[in-house]
Design a protein around this ligand. Structure first.
Ligand SMILES: [Zn+2]
Length: 438
């Protein structure tokens, strides 16, 4: 099979563009050099096999048109179907609570008699949208509550060789064989073998299975890659173009420097690499920025050599150095810098605007901390040494009022950005970002 390094993953559980806008994004991704795109649909399509669980943003006809557009560009769409963990969007509903592993809302009990048939029915429903594909991603990461229920625990206790990971392997292996029987090559995230320290057992999966070793911190592969390769299965790497980071609740953009180090490090690994773009930290977590917040990193991940000459590169270096400090005077300078960036197409132009909005948000958060924390400190100080009402007003009350006006303006501009680019969930995103200041 003709592999290549330019795999892109897009997670739909976060902010999703409309169907026409996704087609525009595919044109952009194709121009970047991506050839295979993994769509993690999650809850964003109305799945017949999970009644009353979805929170749809796209219809099946729209998905078919998107896949046809990708095919016309010579790109393959690969669906990702989670088969074990990260199923909060289904299991949070009382209707499906009986499928939970040990009562945990994010994980399926693989021993429940309904579990495998329901997952297979979902795979069949997804494959109806993608009849011509060669790969399917089955997720299977972060099943942290493995063997929490009595039934699974008993099976693990009897399996003296494999223990807990035996329960995982039997479930994941069965679904892998199911899709292989349909002519597909399955891939799964490999972290459970690493976290359970049982990479020696990964080779029990069918030989067609691809293990994807994701590492989103640092500059790419770690020693786990060699341990996974010893299983005899093919190993891919996975970077993150967008993922969780320490400040993600109160920022409107990833620090691009961290992301560039990660994607470029993986690209040097010599492995096939899937560049992931996450929509939320999990089903029941806050929204990450839209794809517009990652335009520069999309370009760099697909074609590092093109990024070397890209006019945004020097600016990204400045941003990456300044963001961890977030001094207001540096952020103000960067906002002016973002306004002056050139743009080669509409996606870059809107990406430039998102950068500007993201930096303005960062500045507001920093100013808010300065005013609020300063005021709290001074309230104590003044109880000891007295109070100057005029300077108190100037340094704590006036900036607070100014900040409120700036926040209103920012929320209005961000809402207009969502509308103009036909992005979903503007109300939630803006409300989350506003909540920091209340
Ligand atoms: Zn169980």
């Amino acid at each position: 099979m003709n592999n290549n390094k330019n795999w892109l993953h897009l997670d739909f559980k976060g902010i999703v563009p409309s169907e026409p806008k996704i087609r525009e994004w595919l044109d952009f991704f194709h121009k970047c050099g991506y050839e295979r795109v993994i769509f993690e649909y999650d809850c964003r399509v109305q799945w017949d096999c999970w009644p009353d669980a979805s929170d749809p943003r796209l219809t099946k006809d729209e998905i078919r048109r998107i896949a046809a557009h990708a095919a016309a560009l010579g790109m393959e769409v690969i669906p990702l179907v989670q088969i074990h963990g990260h199923l909060d969007w289904i299991l949070k509903h009382e209707r499906y609570a009986y499928l939970r592993e040990g009562g945990f809302v994010n994980e399926l009990c693989p021993q429940h008699p309904d579990a495998k048939p329901m997952i297979k029915a979902w795979i069949d429903e997804v494959l109806e949208l993608h009849p011509d594909i060669h790969y399917i991603h089955l997720g299977a990461d972060e099943t942290w509550h493995l063997c929490s229920c009595e039934k699974c625990r008993e099976i693990a206790a009897r399996d003296t060789e494999r223990g807990k990971i035996g329960v995982y392997l039997d479930h994941v292996g069965d679904i892998c064989r199911y899709v292989i029987g349909k002519g597909l090559r399955p891939m799964i995230w490999a972290d459970m073998f690493c976290s359970e320290n049982r990479t020696d057992l990964a080779g029990e999966l069918p030989p067609e299975t691809i293990l994807v070793n994701w590492q989103y911190a640092g500059d790419g592969p770690t020693e786990t890659t060699a341990r996974l390769k010893a299983s005899g299965l093919e190993v891919y790497g996975a970077s993150a173009i967008q993922c969780a980071w320490y400040e993600h609740w109160w920022c409107a953009m990833n620090n691009p420097g961290d992301r560039l180090v990660n994607v470029l490090g993986w690209n040097r690994s010599g492995l096939n690499v899937i560049h992931t773009t996450w929509g939320r930290p999990g089903n029941l977590w806050n929204l990450y920025p839209s794809w517009f917040g990652s335009v520069g990193v999309f370009i760099a991940a697909a074609a590092p050599e093109r990024w070397q000459d890209h006019p945004w590169r020097p600016f990204f270096e400045e941003v990456s150095k300044a963001l961890p400090r977030s001094w207001p005077h540096e952020l103000e300078k960067l906002i002016d810098g973002a306004k002056a960036l050139p743009a080669a197409d509409r996606i870059e132009e809107e990406g430039r605007k998102w950068l500007e909005l993201g930096l303005r948000y960062q500045l507001m958060v920093k100013n808010y901390l300065g005013v609020e924390l300063g005021r709290k400190c001074m309230d104590v100080t003044q109880a000891y040494i007295g109070r100057d009402p005029a300077s108190y007003h100037k340094y704590y009350i006036e900036p607070q009022e100014k900040l409120e006006r700036e926040l209103e303006e920012w929320c209005g501009e961000m809402t207009a950005f969502f509308r103009r680019n036909e992005l979903s969930d503007s109300e939630e995103f803006v409300a989350e970002k506003r909540a920091i200041f209340s």
